[in-house]
Design a protein around this ligand. Structure first.
Ligand SMILES: N[C@@H](CCC(=O)N[C@@H](CS)C(=O)NCC(=O)O)C(=O)O
Length: 201
């Protein structure tokens, strides 16, 4: 049994679980709850960076971070891989993963900043994070056609990033000004891999 160090609100953890469900291997993963912010010894033994997700694989190797874990999961089971073989399709999926992970990085960072005492420097950082997300959404809207087709690591990552914006920053209404992305998200969100991993809390 693989072991996934896990926290329920993490969009990166959601991405990993969505990949596992999409490939039908979620039953081979035991989820171990972990608060990375208090650096528990069990997590540090797997990931010295004290971040979730971290996955103890069937080969005994502790994998992190989420892109690496998802690539490893592609080697488990018989389902088609979520990351295409080397070439333009793989590069497209990796690029989508990068923009989705980038939205998560900016939004998770902004959420962390928002919980610190208010000061000018903090507000400046949050404004940059907000602007980065806005520009990333505009890029994905322009390139929305590339999201169609079977699920990939790239499209799942973008969907999890949008789900995190709904979860933590619903008031920002990311759908405004992104009609094509809104339509795409409505349909992709129905996939079991995403429907069963919606963050709660
Ligand atoms: N690049 C990492 C990011 C993981 C990450 O930042 N996880 C957050 C939870 S959402 C975390 O563990 N933060 C704890 C910390 O930064 O100390 C990935 O893709 O897995």
């Amino acid at each position: 049994m693989m072991k996934l160090s896990y926290s329920p609100a993490s969009p990166y953890v959601r991405k990993v679980m969505a990949c596992a469900i999409a490939r039908g291997i979620e039953g081979r993963i035991e989820k171990v709850p972990m608060n990375p912010h208090v650096s528990p010894a069990e997590l540090l033994a797997m990931n010295p960076l004290s971040k979730v997700p971290a996955l103890l694989g069937e080969d005994g190797v502790a994998y992190f971070d989420s892109p690496v874990i998802c690539e490893y999961l592609d080697t488990i089971g018989d389902a088609a891989p979520l990351l295409p073989a080397a070439g333009p399709a793989r590069l497209a999926a990796l690029r989508q993963q990068a923009i989705g992970d980038g939205i998560m990085d900016a939004a998770v960072g902004r959420r962390g900043e928002s919980q610190r005492p208010k000061e000018e420097a903090r507000d400046g950082v949050m404004l940059r994070q907000t602007a980065a997300v806005a520009r990333a959404l505009d890029l994905i809207e322009r390139e929305v056609d590339a999201l169609s087709g079977p699920l990939t690591l790239g499209t799942l990552t973008v969907a999890c990033a949008l789900g995190y914006l709904d979860f933590r920053f619903a008031a920002d209404a990311w759908r405004d000004g992104h009609p094509k992305l809104t339509t795409w998200y409505e349909s992709v969100a129905r996939h079991r891999a995403l429907a069963e991993t919606v963050p709660v809390g």
